[in-house]
Structure formats: structure tokens, C-alpha cells
Design a protein around this ligand. Structure first.
Ligand SMILES: C[S@@+](CC[C@H](N)C(=O)[O-])C[C@H]1O[C@@H](n2cnc3c(N)ncnc32)[C@H](O)[C@@H]1O
Length: 198
């Protein structure tokens, strides 16, 4: 199990092969989800998850959600009329919130998805939103000046690295207050990106 002082991933750690068959550990109060000892999802994120779900549902149509977690975003998506979830095919809306599975891809797996799949999967006019709080929480700890500047300027490494010339992005800052015992995020600002495919 990870503690607040330890990094979430150790050097070279790779959970990929075991993750699929690992059990999801929900605590009794249903506020915390752990998989392979990693703090994967916590209930305090609800308002932030709702902001991602709202962006992903903003223009109607089906939403492809990748990263189910505690179904907080999924439940919000389904609360909008006609915004059903679709885990199968090319769609206009994508909500990407998976957990890093290796130390090597801890801070970059979302870029791999954006480059390798999101642009191809989205139709023209489609929207992508995503987060990687496990990465951002660590980057804010270790590279505070740059990361805080990014949040202040409504820019971030993601948005200065667009998926392609044909995408536009506009991250909106979001305020939430993680509990002090949260092991992966200790800041009260996060971003809700809206990335549009022309
Ligand atoms: C942070 S949680 C998602 C929280 C979710 N957005 C919510 O509202 O509850 C990340 C989830 O992504 C899943 N995951 C990790 N790697 C994945 C992958 N390659 N494809 C799909 N899901 C993955 C994890 O098992 C976990 O359920």
C-alpha cells in the first residue's frame, strides 16, 4: 500500500500484466477504490468528475468513457438526457480517465491515447476531455513553479502539446479540496480540458 509520503510508482514498476485480473478494493464507506495497493479513485473527486462528464456530454450524442473507476463520471453522463455511454465504436465525445499502469507511462499515457486513438476515434466537431490526477499531483509536488504557472495561465503541458494541428483545446481551472490524507493529490486546483476536433 502507498503512503502519502511515498511516490505512487517506484522506479521501473509495471502493473500492466497483473492489472486486468487484480481485484478492485472498495472500502466499506465506498469512498476509496484501491487496485494493487494503488489509490485509484476517491469520492472527494465527485464535483471534478462531474465537470469532466459535463464537458463530455456538452453537445449531445454518445460518450465513449475509458476508465470506469467508481462510476462517478459515468453516473453523471447518464443523468443527461440521451447521453448514454458507449464503450464500443467511433463517437463524438470521449472522456478519458484511466489509471497509469507503469512508472514509465505515469505522466504520458494520456498523450499516447490522444495521439494514437482520440483523433482517429473522434468525428469532426467531437470533444475530448480527460485527466491524470495521479500524474498532475506528482508534477505539482516536484515542479511546483512550472505547474502552478500552467494552472494560472489556463495552460498545461497537455495543451501546449496538442494532439494534432486540427484540434483545439481550452482547459478550464477547477477548484476542489482533496482531504489531507489523499495520497495522490494535495492541491485545490485542477483542470477540465475541452479539446475539440475541427
Ligand atoms: C481514476 S479511475 C476512473 C474514475 C472514473 N472517472 C470515475 O468517475 O469514477 C481509473 C480507472 O481506469 C481503469 N483503467 C486503467 N487502465 C485502463 C485501460 N488501459 N483501459 C481502461 N481502463 C483502465 C482503472 O482500472 C480504473 O478503474
Amino acid at each position: 500500500m502507498t503512503t502519502a509520503a511515498q511516490p505512487i510508482f517506484s522506479k521501473g514498476e509495471d502493473c500492466k500484466a497483473a492489472w486486468h485480473d487484480a481485484s478492485a478494493g472498495y472500502n466499506e464507506a465506498d469512498t476509496h477504490l484501491e487496485i494493487m495497493g494503488k489509490p485509484v479513485m476517491e469520492r472527494w473527486e465527485t464535483p471534478y468528475m462531474h465537470s469532466l462528464a459535463t464537458v463530455a456530454s456538452s453537445k449531445g450524442g454518445r460518450v465513449l468513457e475509458i476508465g470506469f473507476g467508481m462510476a462517478i463520471a459515468a453516473t453523471k453522463v447518464e443523468s443527461f438526457p440521451s447521453r448514454t455511454l458507449d464503450h464500443r465504436v467511433q463517437r463524438r465525445r470521449i472522456l478519458y480517465d484511466t489509471y497509469p499502469l507503469t512508472e514509465d507511462t505515469w505522466h504520458t499515457h494520456q498523450f499516447d491515447f490522444i495521439k494514437g486513438h482520440a483523433h482517429r476515434l473522434l468525428k469532426s466537431g467531437g470533444v475530448l476531455t480527460y485527466c491524470n490526477l495521479t500524474s498532475w499531483g506528482e508534477l505539482l509536488k516536484t515542479n511546483t513553479t512550472t505547474s502552478k504557472r500552467c494552472l494560472r495561465r489556463r495552460r498545461c503541458p497537455i495543451c501546449s502539446r496538442p494532439a494534432s494541428r486540427r484540434t483545439r483545446s481550452a482547459p478550464a481551472p477547477w477548484t476542489s479540496f482533496p482531504p489531507s490524507e489523499c495520497k495522490y493529490y494535495a492541491f485545490h486546483k485542477m483542470i477540465t480540458p475541452t479539446i475539440l476536433k475541427d
